[in-house]
Design a protein around this ligand. Structure first.
Ligand SMILES: *Cc1c(COP(=O)(O)O)cnc(C)c1O
Length: 354
């Protein structure tokens, strides 16, 4: 039986995508060849890469606006250093809203001065800082749109003339934003787009080439742009499967349709967390994430019972990250509202039982 998979990442993908990707491993488009054995320079694969790149820009509403989409390797973690390598000349500002932001800060410090313009580290990142000042002399501002571990999500992004760089690993394609406010967006595929192994980078070309530092080819955005995201062998299966997910998303009605569903799912679980006396939410209410809901049991003695009920109900992957404890329900795009309802039912059953 298929489980209700609340895993934070690698995560659930649409069932249709799993099916089509498996078929393509055996025989891609009746070619007699697997999608993972064809040349990445063949027309078949170049078409896949081009469709993936253009779907990403189209879904984000960034076509014809000076942006390029790349599918790179090394995960979002490589983007922590690659953004700084390519953009940090003297000083950058970072908004520190979680462990991933904190790691991005650490990497950027290798390349220049890093100013933490806001941080919620003081409260174990259970909120999004607001009302901070943005200095005018920064090369760029870096933020994390959704804090996967802590279950907070930025609703209002800093506004300034300084290029905005954003790690959207865990909420890309999940909600409507004016994406043209960002100069560079990156996202590891495995949270909301595809299997692990590729990272989407969407970069406005005019922010590149402004630093006086030699950049190794593999870490240079301009090199990857000039080679159509095929400077070296791309992770063909991860790119193909991400492309299928983007197609699925487009056919469903794009980000607008997805956002509506994601809001319904989030409302369902948060209202249970708020109404059920056995549970308590972790993140500040106004900053709650629509992707990752973090919550704890008020009475830890019920843990074993709840865990058993989840297991029997086919619920997978709801254990919280060690830095928060409790539970985390990740509800990425491919999760159905029925799966969220299954978890909410179990939370209600626990209350009736306890
Ligand atoms: C998972 C995650 C990362 C790390 O991604 P990798 O691809 O494993 O390097 C970075 N940022 C955020 C917001 C994440 O959720």
């Amino acid at each position: 039986m298929k489980k209700h998979n609340f895993s934070a990442g690698p995560c659930i993908l649409p069932q249709e995508v799993f099916k089509e990707a498996s078929q393509a491993i055996l025989d891609y488009n009746d070619s007699g060849l697997s999608v993972i054995e064809i040349s990445h320079r063949s027309k078949d694969f170049v078409d896949i890469m081009e469709e993936a790149r253009s779907l990403a820009l189209e879904l984000l509403g960034l076509e014809g606006k000076g942006y390029k989409a790349l599918f790179l390797q090394g995960g979002a973690s490589t983007q922590f250093l690659m953004t700084a390598y390519n953009l940090l000349q003297t000083k950058a500002g970072y908004i520190n809203t979680g462990s991933w932001s904190d790691k991005a800060v650490k990497e950027a410090k290798l390349f220049g001065e890093v100013l933490e313009i806001a941080s919620s580290k003081d409260a174990n990142y259970n909120y999004i800082p607001k009302g901070y000042e943005v200095p005018g002399d920064l090369d760029y501002i870096h933020c994390t749109s959704n804090n996967t571990i802590f279950g907070t999500q930025i609703k209002d992004f800093p506004t300034s003339n300084i290029p905005l760089v954003c790690d959207m690993s865990s909420d890309i394609f999940s909600r409507q934003l004016d994406f043209s406010k960002f100069s560079l967006i990156y996202a590891g595929a495995q949270k909301n787009m595809g299997p692990a192994g590729t990272t989407l980078v969407v970069v406005k070309e005019d922010i590149l080439g402004k630093i006086n530092r030699q950049i190794p080819s593999m870490l240079d955005y301009q090199v990857h742009i000039s080679k159509g995201s095929m400077f070296n062998t791309p992770p063909v299966f991860a790119v193909y499967t991400s492309m299928l997910t983007l197609r699925w998303l487009k056919n469903l009605g794009g980000i607008a349709a997805m956002e509506e569903l994601n809001e319904k799912k989030a409302k369902l679980i948060y209202s249970e967390i708020d109404v059920n006396p056995l549970f308590k939410g972790f993140a500040a209410k106004e900053d709650r994430s629509n992707m990752n809901a973090t919550f704890t049991l008020i009475n830890e003695n019920l843990k074993e019972t709840f865990d058993t009920m989840c297991k029997e109900g086919g619920i997978n992957g709801v254990n919280g990250h060690r830095s928060v404890g409790g539970y985390r329900a990740s509800m990425y795009n491919a999760m159905t509202i029925e799966s969220v309802a299954a978890l909410v039912d179990i939370m209600g059953d626990l209350e009736r039982k306890a």
